[in-house]
Design a protein around this ligand. Structure first.
Ligand SMILES: Cc1cc2nc3c(=O)[nH]c(=O)nc-3n(C[C@H](O)[C@H](O)[C@H](O)COP(=O)(O)O)c2cc1C
Length: 170
């Protein structure tokens, strides 16, 4: 059994949280971490557990317009290719175990990329193995709020333990 973590990130905060989640998962399962623009097609994934992470943009997942706003703000961003919503948007049924996380400003405002991704993936037949979770950043550009990277490591480890101990039936 192995895990794949795919993330989208403009300013680097979600990338940092994804790395922390990967460190947690790696305590139990082999794991690969990849930016969404470099990920294989979702249908071709050779993993039993898929974890996806993205920044919350305008109450949900990024769109071309919100990506442009991030570029205007930062000049350069990490994710400048395929959108997470397009990567997830497979027309075929999927049967992966999935968990979703996002980054989100603190104090929180309504809406969550993690919940949007969970909805898109379960609609395609994936099974959620944990409730969608948000990790906080201190402002639009970050940094990740104190304690959140530790929480991300523990979240990754808890999912890997759960899935590793109770693999879904073949
Ligand atoms: C265009 C844009 C829209 C955003 N909309 C929201 C929002 O609706 N809710 C929220 O909590 N944060 C919002 N944010 C803040 C992002 O969630 C924050 O920039 C992100 O967590 C940083 O992650 P990253 O460094 O991986 O891009 C927005 C940021 C941008 C650039």
């Amino acid at each position: 059994m192995s895990a794949y973590i795919v993330y989208e990130s403009m300013f680097g905060n979600t990338a940092g949280v994804a790395e922390a989640v990967a460190n947690g998962v790696a305590t139990c399962l082999p794991v690969e971490l990849v930016e969404v623009g470099d990920a294989p097609m979702i249908l071709d994934l050779q993993a039993e557990l898929l974890i996806v992470g993205a920044p919350t943009h305008v109450f949900g997942l990024s769109r071309p317009r919100t990506r442009d706003d991030a570029v205007e703000r930062a000049g350069r961003v990490i994710s400048d290719g395929r959108l997470m919503r397009d990567w997830i948007d497979s027309r075929s049924a999927l049967s992966l175990s999935v968990a979703t996380f996002d980054t989100h400003v603190n104090p929180p405002i309504p809406g969550s990329a993690a919940r949007t991704m969970a909805k898109l993936l379960t609609r395609r037949g994936c099974t959620l193995v944990a409730d969608p979770v948000s990790f906080h950043v201190s402002g639009t550009d970050g940094p990740v709020s104190p304690g959140e990277l530790g929480r991300a490591i523990e979240w990754g480890a808890s999912i890997a333990r759960r899935v590793g101990l109770h693999p879904s039936p073949a």
